[in-house]
Design a binder for this molecule. Structure first.
Ligand code: SAH
Length: 397
């Protein structure tokens, strides 16, 4: 028998959980069996006292419980080991382990792997773990043990990068640092024919935007002899792909000097000293205002403009603004790769935003591809929010 504290829901509030959506909002709770502390494991019951799910209680924000199982279980090391084994099996199905082409992928994708609050990225045998909930953070020793057991020699280090992702409460901050060994040298990953230096300590998020892998590959096809602009380019992922695809000139723009420095290093790593690339450490909005109108291909991959639902309208306005600028200025017959990585913006919102930006620019626009994140960032079918990356490839006349 388990002895986890119980949460009882108000009548009717069990419906989304019965459809396996993994969040319980604070307004749905009728009663609790004891006063709960942040990160505690709790069982959720419907108003008829039937068990529904188990998850982590969270005392900040509107989501009160993030569910990690819908089967009543003892939550011990074996439980987590089984879940991580399942996540590894999925990546094996994708052919990502011992793959000659690619040695960087997402191993655990939060709700997508029914482990809300936990992100683990794997960079050529170096793991970066990012906790987005205190409940998951409390389990960090368990995850170190389980990952070591399951990956063995294929795990060189584990770096915890959660300083900015955990809510800052008393005793709750998590300093970035190694949980298992230290990386022994600069991390270089392979993505198809390209190589990238990944700075797991100083880089953004866990170090690299692995989620764009397949979209970068697609870009290659469109770049032969083209002049390409990569806006919000970070460390040059799309720029390297564009050059690999035979672009005659690539411009990378990012406001972070650190990102641009690493972008230049990545270009040199793949192409040596080349005059086909130029980088600009500058604000993208200013750059777009003053840019030339002779780009054949443009990549627009901004940071999340709407991190929460209440920022949706403002975020959409920001996306519309930059999309309008590039659709207006791109060369006739040009190709635009445009993205949003905001969870709060739906596919429909995104499509409507691009539609409006195109109509305002009075250009003839066709959709060539509809894109999302790579399959190692699986979308939990019961949790539409886990489909966070939306992309459209447009042909603009
Ligand atoms: N396309 C990249 C990921 C982009 S992440 C890849 O595939 O790797 C978003 C990037 O936007 C970050 O590198 C961030 O530094 C940059 N950024 C944020 N605000 C910006 C601004 N106002 N102007 C230019 N770049 C900005």
């Amino acid at each position: 028998m388990n002895n986890y504290p119980k949460i009882v829901l108000k009548p009717g509030k069990e419906r989304s959980l019965q459809r396996f959506h993994p969040w319980v909002f604070s307004g749905a709770i009728e009663a609790v069996t004891k006063e709960l502390t942040d990160g505690e494991i709790v069982e959720v019951y419907d108003s008829k006292k039937e068990y529904i799910a188990t998850g982590h209680y969270q005392d900040e924000g509107s989501i009160s419980v993030r569910i990690f199982t819908f089967e009543q279980s003892v939550i011990d090391e074996e439980f987590w080991k089984f879940k991580i084994q399942k996540a590894i099996a999925l990546r094996k199905t994708l052919g990502l382990f011992k793959n000659e082409n690619t040695n960087a992928f997402r191993l655990i994708h939060g709700e997508g792997d029914l482990m809300p609050g936990l992100i683990i990225d794997y960079y050529n045998e170096n793991a970066v773990i990012q906790f987005h909930s205190y409940g998951m953070y409390l389990l960090k020793d368990t995850f170190v043990k389980v990952l070591s057991d399951l990956l063995g020699d294929a795990l060189k280090c584990i770096y915890n990068k959660s300083e900015t992702t955990l809510a800052k409460g008393e005793n709750k901050t998590s300093q970035n640092g190694y949980l298992l060994k230290e990386k022994s040298s600069e991390i270089v990953i392979k993505e198809y024919d390209n190589q990238f230096i990944v700075d797991i300590e100083e880089g953004q998020k866990t170090g690299f935007f692995i989620d764009q892998r397949e979209n970068r590959k697609l870009l290659e096809k469109y770049c032969t002899d083209k002049k390409v602009l990569n806006v919000f380019g970070y460390t040059g992922g799309f720029s390297v792909s564009a050059l690999k695809g035979g672009a005659k000139m690539v411009h990378s723009v990012d406001s972070s000097q650190k990102a641009i420095d690493l972008c230049n290093k990545n270009i040199a790593l793949n192409f040596g000293d080349t005059d086909r690339h130029a980088s600009f450490a500058t604000d993208a909005f200013e750059f777009l205002d003053n840019m030339e109108s002779d780009y054949d291909v443009i990549v627009l991959d901004p940071p999340a403009f709407a991190k929460h639902l209440h920022l949706r309208e403002k975020g959409l306005k920001g996306y519309r603004n930059i999309n309008n600028k590039v659709i207006h200025k791109i060369k006739k017959g040009g190709v635009l790769f445009t993205f949003s990585c905001s969870q709060a913006i739906s596919n429909e919102d995104f499509r409507t935003m691009v539609f409006t930006a195109a109509a305002q620019a009075k250009r003839e626009v066709k959709i060539l591809h509809q894109l999302s994140q790579g399959a190692d960032h699986p979308i939990n079918i019961y949790h539409p929010e886990s489909e966070y990356l939306k992309g459209l490839v447009l042909y603009i006349d």
